[in-house]
Write a protein that binds this ligand. Structure first.
Ligand SMILES: NC(=O)c1ccc[n+]([C@@H]2O[C@H](COP(=O)([O-])OP(=O)(O)OC[C@H]3O[C@@H](n4cnc5c(N)ncnc54)[C@H](O)[C@@H]3O)[C@@H](O)[C@H]2O)c1
Length: 324
């Protein structure tokens, strides 16, 4: 099925959502964003994303509203062919401080949204899930059939519960729904509190880089253009209930990540070691074979190249006063 038509992207003012909207507009889709410009990080970054989308020259509109507000959601779903649900409170550590808020937005909000399209089974739905559902899984790489019953943060629990809500909704109402487990996404316009952005800011400002643990923890980092390709492929092939890992399919140790950012900036990083953080997992590593065979998904941007592209964007954004 074509990925064009009218598509609602919740959280479309955010990092991943902004890139997804850009790609949808580029291929001629009509795009509507529902986003409340949540103050989790500086909303001026989200306003800049929206301004870029408005200037992209396609059929774009956005509604400032909360996914928990039935009136805003009813307006947002009018006439849509597909729903890409990315709005959420993201971030593991703040979820430990404010679990009820995460539950409210990520679960109550998701259910409200689904309920408004209950009578319209033709609406295809994608749900932005997370590699965090695998918790401390020791078997690598992580496969979609691995156990996900032991999340280690409230954020991860809400993402796993969101997948279950989606599955139940599919069972009861028949919509085609695909859940996508994103593995640490980075690239231009990345959220400022995420590691690559935070480390780049620290090194560029001559400040020490806070390194939690001994630097041996590892992550599967995924460049945002690869995630976008996976999202569009999942939208085009959305049929029944599906669940896919979307990752970079390679791992990078924390200390190597810091070194690579330093190299891209041309500055030797100074490291400040801090204890391991509750809620953090020791490793993530995606088995993407299912997405590869069923969606034609292949991650293309290796970490060193992705970091160079991020640093290029960061320098420019900093010069324009968009980021610190
Ligand atoms: N970035 C990653 O590495 C990553 C990894 C796994 C999963 N995810 C998931 O992908 C999605 C997008 O993540 P992101 O990194 O772009 O985060 P982001 O914070 O940049 O984007 C989320 C957007 O949702 C909006 N939002 C939050 N609460 C809302 C509400 N109540 N109503 C309406 N809008 C609301 C925010 O304003 C924001 O623009 C999230 O669901 C996140 O959990 C991200």
């Amino acid at each position: 099925m074509s990925g064009t038509g009218k598509i609602l992207v919740t959280g479309g003012a955010g990092f991943i959502g902004g890139h997804v909207c850009e790609a949808l507009l580029a291929r001629g889709a009509s795009v509507r964003v529902l986003d409340n410009l949540d103050p989790f990080y500086d909303p001026s970054l989200k306003e800049a994303n929206l301004a870029g989308l408005g200037n992209a020259g396609g059929d774009f509109e956005w509604i400032r509203g909360d996914i928990r507000d039935p009136e805003a959601v009813t307006r947002a779903v009018e006439g849509i062919d597909a729903l890409i649900h990315l709005a959420a409170l993201a971030g593991v550590r703040p979820s430990i401080e404010r679990p009820a808020e995460y539950w409210d937005v990520n679960l109550v909000g998701t259910q409200r949204l689904l309920d408004t399209v209950k009578e319209r089974p033709e609406v295809r739905i994608l749900f932005g899930s997370s590699s965090s559902v695998y918790g401390g899984n020791e078997k690598v790489p992580f496969h979609e059939d691995d156990p996900v019953e032991a999340p280690v943060s409230p954020y991860a629990a809400t993402k796993r519960a969101g997948e279950l809500l989606a599955r139940t909704f599919h069972h009861l109402h028949g919509h085609s729904i695909t859940c996508l487990r994103f593995f640490t996404v980075y690239g231009p316009r990345q959220r400022p509190e995420m590691a690559i952005h935070k480390f780049t800011r620290a090194i560029a400002s001559g400040e020490p880089v806070p390194m939690f643990g001994d630097g041996e923890s590892s992550r599967d980092y995924t460049f945002v253009s690869d995630i976008v390709k996976g999202v569009l492929a999942a939208l085009d092939r959305c049929e029944g209930f599906q669940l896919y890992n979307l990752g970079g399919s390679a791992t990078t140790r924390l200390k190597d990540l810091i070194r690579m950012i330093g190299e891209a900036l041309g500055i030797e990083p100074e490291i400040r070691r801090l204890p391991d953080q509750p809620g953090d997992v020791p490793r993530t590593f995606a088995d993407v074979s299912r997405a590869e065979s069923e969606l034609g998904y292949t991650p293309e941007v290796p970490i060193a190249e992705g970091i160079r592209r991020f640093v290029d964007w960061y320098r420019q954004a900093r010069a324009e006063g968009l980021v610190a």
